[in-house]
Ligand binder design. Structure first.
Ligand SMILES: Cc1cc2nc3c(=O)[nH]c(=O)nc-3n(C[C@H](O)[C@H](O)[C@H](O)COP(=O)(O)OP(=O)(O)OC[C@H]3O[C@@H](n4cnc5c(N)ncnc54)[C@H](O)[C@@H]3O)c2cc1C
Length: 501
């Protein structure tokens, strides 16, 4: 294997296939945003992900809020990246054809004691550079959001708050990076990192595949401390904090226009109620410490907590219309702020760690900061002339009727609805499988184009999606997984049915 000189920036010509300028570990929103950013330049970049798809960590299980930036304490990295990231969302989501709505947020006081908190958040937000903030009295808050309880005493309105499709954005970033020349290696569970003195890094997966890179960026989310400790002296620890959610049917989606927060507490921003970009309603998360790194279970106690928390905000939710529960793990670090730095004892190894909320919002800005750190460390960034920042995918239902007719006439797969709840066509499902970072599992298809996200939760369409996946991938249906490795759907055949007419 050849190695790159640390002081030069060679082109890809004449280099071994698995020799890179930069290796990014972890294909969550942070790693994918950096990967896409680096694909803009004439360098070789690889994104290493241990799972069988991108966006399978915190980036798929969160509140999906693009925070305005009022909450993180002024002067922290979280504050800086939140405000900067928030400003990047409208253009980024437009370029990548990802659902994003700047619906605004309302942080509410539900007692007179909480009113000073609203004022403090206003001041903190202004210090963080957040624009379009307004303090409202109770009547004005309820005029905007009539489904707030009568206990509301006042609120902070933040017009720049938004909602986004978090896994759609992560997938789109990774896809755009691949289209622009980056390499994505899935099922690459980073197990060892080594280097000859000041030479390139060798990154090895548990299955013994290796790549080399001049620079390594650790964006491994909940495992960022473990990945850091593979090559550097420990400088932080990650302590997972779980948050559980309810997702409601679209019948509840119009209860609120804005995202409704309570005043923040010791463990974070508290339980919120928000519309989603797809027209559902979401309530959560609670905050539980002392959780194992793989424990994304939802619990009766946790859900009761969410219900009680959301009940402070509104009495209007029909809880019978809950269609899904899920939980995500926040990567809370012992340093209580984002860690965006070069490891003190390993030049060329960078951590993007402890990226808890508002990490989704901050990711695009963190990617720019990481790019600048790499440039300062000697990575020569010359822009490609042919970098394409845009991507597009078909959203059949949102097309005007004449375009739908034309598309279905051109390709009959767009004329067959597979998911009746969300009106998703076979054409969109095929597209989600054939795209550059295509789906290979049932949940992978669901994250990309939503069959199974509706009221029946895949009760009707799962079998059809399974058939389409097997056909498109040239696999036996028994090989198709629901989600991560090991989540088989069809375990075997019972053989011919005996008896009966
Ligand atoms: C309950 C909850 C609610 C949240 N709500 C919001 C919100 O509304 N707004 C907001 O801005 N932020 C929110 N966040 C925070 C946000 O979701 C995270 O900050 C963000 O998703 C972190 O992205 P990441 O890429 O760092 O981590 P992840 O998405 O976890 O990605 C890390 C990736 O690294 C991979 N990996 C791990 N170990 C290895 C290894 N050894 N080798 C290779 N790959 C590896 C993982 O499989 C994973 O894909 C919330 C988080 C949670 C949990």
């Amino acid at each position: 294997m050849t190695s790159a000189s640390p002081s030069s920036n060679p082109s890809s010509n004449g280099r071994a296939k698995n020799d890179f300028d930069v290796a990014v570990i972890g294909a969550g929103i942070v790693g994918a945003a950096l990967f896409r950013e680096l694909s803009r330049y004439q360098i070789k970049v690889v994104l290493l992900e241990r799972e069988n798809d991108v966006a399978l960590g915190a980036s798929r299980a969160n509140s999906a809020i693009v925070h305005c930036g009022c909450d993180p304490k002024a002067g922290t990295a979280m504050a800086r990246f939140n405000t900067a990231g928030n400003r990047m969302f409208p253009e980024l989501c437009r370029q990548l054809d990802v659902p994003f709505v700047q619906n605004g947020s309302l942080i509410c006081a539900f007692s007179d004691e909480e009113l000073p908190v609203i004022r403090a958040l206003y001041d903190n937000g202004r210090a963080n550079g957040v624009e379009q903030l307004e303090i409202l009295d109770a009547a004005s808050a309820r005029a905007l959001e009539p489904n707030l309880t009568s206990a509301v005493r006042g609120a902070l309105l933040a017009a720049t708050g938004g909602i986004v499709g978090p896994y759609e954005l992560t997938t789109a970033l990774a896809e755009n990076g691949v289209v622009n020349g980056g390499v994505l290696l899935l099922n690459f569970d980073t197990a060892a990192i080594s280097r000859a003195e000041n030479g390139p890094f060798t990154v090895a997966a548990a299955d013994r595949r290796t790549i080399t890179a001049r620079f390594v960026v650790n964006a491994a989310g909940i495992n960022a401390d473990k990945v850091h400790n593979l090559i550097a002296r420990p400088t932080f620890e990650i302590r997972p904090r779980r948050g559980e959610y309810y997702v409601f049917d679209k019948s509840q989606g119009a209860l609120f226009d804005r995202t409704i927060f309570v005043c923040p507490g010791k463990l974070g921003k508290g339980i919120l109620v928000s519309p989603t970009v797809h027209g559902n309603l979401i309530a959560g998360p609670n905050a539980q410490d002392g959780i194992a790194r793989d424990d994304t279970a939802v619990t009766a106690a946790g859900l009761a907590e969410v219900r009680a928390g959301a009940g402070r905000i509104t009495e209007a939710i029909s809880w019978r219309d809950s269609i899904r529960n899920f939980a995500g793990l926040r990567a809370v670090s012992t340093r209580d702020d984002f860690i965006i730095e070069e490891a003190p004892d390993q030049k060329g190894f960078f951590d993007l760690a402890g990226i808890k909320s508002p990490g989704l919002t901050s990711a695009p800005a963190i990617a720019l900061a990481a790019r600048d750190l790499l440039a300062d460390a000697g990575l020569d960034l010359v822009e490609k002339k042919d970098f394409n920042p845009n991507r597009h995918e078909t959203h059949f239902l949102s097309l005007p009727p004449e375009q739908r007719r034309a598309l279905a006439a051109r390709d009959s797969a767009y004329g067959r609805i597979v998911c009746r709840c969300e009106s998703i066509t076979e054409g969109e499902i095929i597209e989600s499988i054939r795209r550059p970072v295509g789906a290979t599992t049932l949940d992978g298809v669901k994250r990309r184009c939503r069959p199974g996200s509706g009221r029946c939760q895949g009760g009707f369409c799962s079998v059809r999606v399974l058939e389409i996946l097997a056909r498109e991938l040239g696999k036996d249906q028994r090989e198709i997984l629901q989600d991560k490795a090991g989540s088989s759907i069809i375990l075997g055949s019972r053989g011919p049915v005996q008896g009966g007419d």
